[in-house]
Design a protein around this ligand. Sequence first.
Ligand SMILES: C[S@@+](CC[C@H](N)C(=O)[O-])C[C@H]1O[C@@H](n2cnc3c(N)ncnc32)[C@H](O)[C@@H]1O
Length: 304
Amino acid sequence: MSADALANRLAKNVKSRRAWAAREGVTAFRLYDLDMPEWPVAIDSYANVIHVIAYPNRKQLKAGVEALTAQVREACITGLGVTADDVIVKVHEPKAWGETPFEKSRGATRLVTVEEYGRKFECNLTDFLDTGLFLDHRPTRKRVGLEASGKRFLNLFAYTGAFTVHALGGGASATTTVDLSNTYCAWAERNFALNGFKADPRHRVIRDDVLAWIGHDRGEYDLIVVDPPSFSASKKMGRRFEVQRDHAWLIQRCVDRLAIGGTLYFSNNFLEFELDDALTPAEELKSTPTDFRRQLHRCWRFVK
Ligand SMILES: C[S@@+](CC[C@H](N)C(=O)[O-])C[C@H]1O[C@@H](n2cnc3c(N)ncnc32)[C@H](O)[C@@H]1O
């Protein structure tokens, strides 16, 4: 199949999308979001470096993913006017549960710094399937930044600390950032430094299992973001976490830590997710950014 249709679509999207991103104040944004079924790829621009994740269908897998990645690369070069060096194509391979869907390539690591509403983020475009910044959470990060002034902020399953960066930028009086991974905790600290926030005892990064930590933490917070993975199994954890089964318990533990009048944002990207009937959110947010065609997560606001 010729990649002309994809190249044409990219050429059509790119001008308006770049202009929109400049107005919005972001340098990482989506250009193409599986728009055409024959080209099942997500294409993002990170500081003008093109990051592609391909989700090959059965036919494309059978034909060998190399054909697909070569065509997509070519379409990006033609349609977006970038060089081959500035196109990074990854393949999301369907794997058994628990196996990583992505193998790191042997090439050099490509790091870029992107900006979002005046904040900076280190993104790694080569070493993991995800880059360090989930672009679909951009509107909620902006919201957190706008609401954080003078607040005690808690970020659970924090990944690279992007929500905390916005909370710090918005003037949070204290922040607590919790994640199980040493790699991501270190990355979060680099993101804080990148934005000029120096080590400070009021701003803690805690490497721990949230499910254990939330049971013994006695802190009080005014603003909480909890964005768990759909499933989590780790040797460091006592048991497997499943967001559908365990979210009501998790949200209740978080609400216990919330000050009266405080706000909790709960989000996840489990496709078939249904919020427990017993929970009473203030609202479900319209939190999908305009550069995304698909809704990848859902997010609710709770007020205590
Ligand atoms: C869906 S990502 C969170 C995305 C993040 N909130 C953001 O928007 O940037 C999942 C994160 O949860 C972490 N994680 C998974 N299981 C965990 C656990 N039991 N306790 C703490 N962190 C965990 C992973 O290390 C990963 O960083």
